[in-house]
Write a protein that binds this ligand. Structure first.
Ligand code: ZN
Ligand code: ZN
Ligand code: ZN
Ligand code: ZN
Ligand code: ZN
Length: 242
């Protein structure tokens, strides 16, 4: 038997609760969350390699994908817990994998994403014709969408491509930490630039080569409503008529 008197003393327990510093002085509301790194869970749970364990007054933030808490360590170097564009919190890098079933990687370095083909319909500026030209190029060269992302990221890092929200002077621009949604938007912008820079010899079918540019370029609204127009004119170009 355990001889520790205090454990069995109702009165002491009462005082323990009463003087609990958390209850007496609630610091921040969200310390009420218990995460994978809160003791005692942290002892049995799979924790990141740094073996971090939440102190008693740990502030937590909620992953916007799985809605599970994680300790707020955003002020520490090399800890990635939020999208650098939209600022929302995600646990996919911090816990190495987000716990939501079907999560496609809610937070990643841009070049590490694996975008679902469900989200890549008309991925070049929503224009089905220009998208098909890039898709056919990939198919003809035995490349995947993932290969295209890597190629685009390499060209981003060489400052051949640019991307809104990414500092071209960053050490490695494609290592930007972004959420799936912001990353997908960036990839689509890069894929558009890839289409712009394609050699005419790589464009199939041949009839699609050397088409005249639409004056309204990528901003053209007719490209979305009249397929004949989208086929006849190139829309992988900037607007020249306003
Ligand atoms: Zn915790
Ligand atoms: Zn985002
Ligand atoms: Zn998560
Ligand atoms: Zn997730
Ligand atoms: Zn047009």
């Amino acid at each position: 038997m355990d001889d520790d008197d205090d454990d069995d003393d109702d009165d002491d327990n009462h005082h323990q609760i009463y003087f609990n510093p958390i209850i007496a002085h609630p610091p921040v509301v969200n310390i009420r969350f218990v995460c994978r790194q809160c003791p005692p869970q942290a002892v049995v749970a799979i924790v990141p390699a740094d073996g971090f364990q939440c102190p008693v007054n740990q502030n937590h933030i909620l992953c916007q994908c799985c809605v599970q808490p994680m300790p707020d360590r955003r002020d520490e170097a090399d800890i990635h817990q939020h999208c650098e564009i939209c600022k929302q919190f995600f646990c996919n890098i911090y816990f190495q994998q987000c716990s939501r079933v079907g999560c496609l990687g809610c937070l990643n370095h841009l070049r590490d994403f694996n975008f679902s083909h469900h989200h890549l319909t008309n991925f070049v500026n929503d224009n089905p014709v220009e998208s098909q030209i890039v898709q056919d190029y990939l198919t003809n060269n035995n490349k995947t969408i993932r290969d295209l992302l890597i190629e685009c990221c390499d060209r981003l890092d060489r400052n051949e491509f640019t991307c809104p929200g990414i500092d071209p002077n960053a050490a490695v621009p494609s290592s930007k930490v972004v959420c799936y949604k912001c990353g997908l938007k960036m990839f689509k912008e890069l894929a558009y630039q890839f289409r712009v820079h394609m050699k005419q010899d790589d464009v199939f079918p041949v009839i699609m080569r050397n088409r005249d540019n639409c004056y309204y370029g990528r901003k053209c609204r007719t490209q979305y409503t009249k397929i004949g127009h989208a086929q006849k004119l190139n829309h992988a170009c900037e607007q020249t008529k306003f």
